[in-house]
Design a protein around this ligand. Sequence first.
Ligand code: COA
Length: 188
Amino acid sequence: MTEPRVVITELCAQDWPFLFELWRIPAVMRYADELPGLRGWSKETSAEEAWDLYQEQRAALGPSYTQLILKMIDRTPIGESFFAPLPDGFTLDKWVKPEGMTCLIGDIKLRPEHWGQGLGTEGMRQVVAWLFRNTHCALLVVPPHSKNPAAARVYRKAGFTHFEEKQSWRGHTIMELWREEYEATYGP
Ligand SMILES: CC(C)(COP(=O)(O)OP(=O)(O)OC[C@H]1O[C@@H](n2cnc3c(N)ncnc32)[C@H](O)[C@@H]1OP(=O)(O)O)[C@@H](O)C(=O)NCCC(=O)NCCS
């Protein structure tokens, strides 16, 4: 087995400067800036206010609302992954959130100097394992943009499959990973 290169940690106060800097890199945000309002704050929010909002949401929703930081083994931050629960009735074009079950939506972002080295795949696999281990979610959803094949590839290698290959929501395709599929492969 190869040694892990990446670790994931839950957001700490000292991670804020990294996070805000990451969100200001145009190449990172090009296809990754459109999930409406699920965080409860944006890159325009001040770090202090964002931290308060994050704590409030965490108190209300627990680990289902989670801001993870991806770090190299030496703890250098390289990226982030955010997931949040969707309410019943939520739709993305033809995709409808299944009624009455916990479904989390999110994504992953790395600083550009870390792209193309397998770190996104390694990190996303850890994020998926973390989410199934630490939440009761039945379904994970990610919306890679159709012009962002590296994202779709990373999600596929982490176990996601397309809901409908061609259907898109504002240019994004919808990919799903069900807990039962994941556990059939990796165990509970
Ligand atoms: C998406 C992202 C996380 C990928 O991270 P990464 O570390 O570069 O990914 P990996 O190196 O693990 O894997 C990339 C895969 O995409 C493939 N890929 C890269 N560019 C591609 C392209 N233009 N067409 C098809 N496949 C492509 C690579 O070949 C690789 O697959 P392989 O290992 O089977 O060869 C990174 O590009 C990123 O942070 N992008 C900006 C933020 C973003 O768009 N996030 C997704 C929001 S939904």
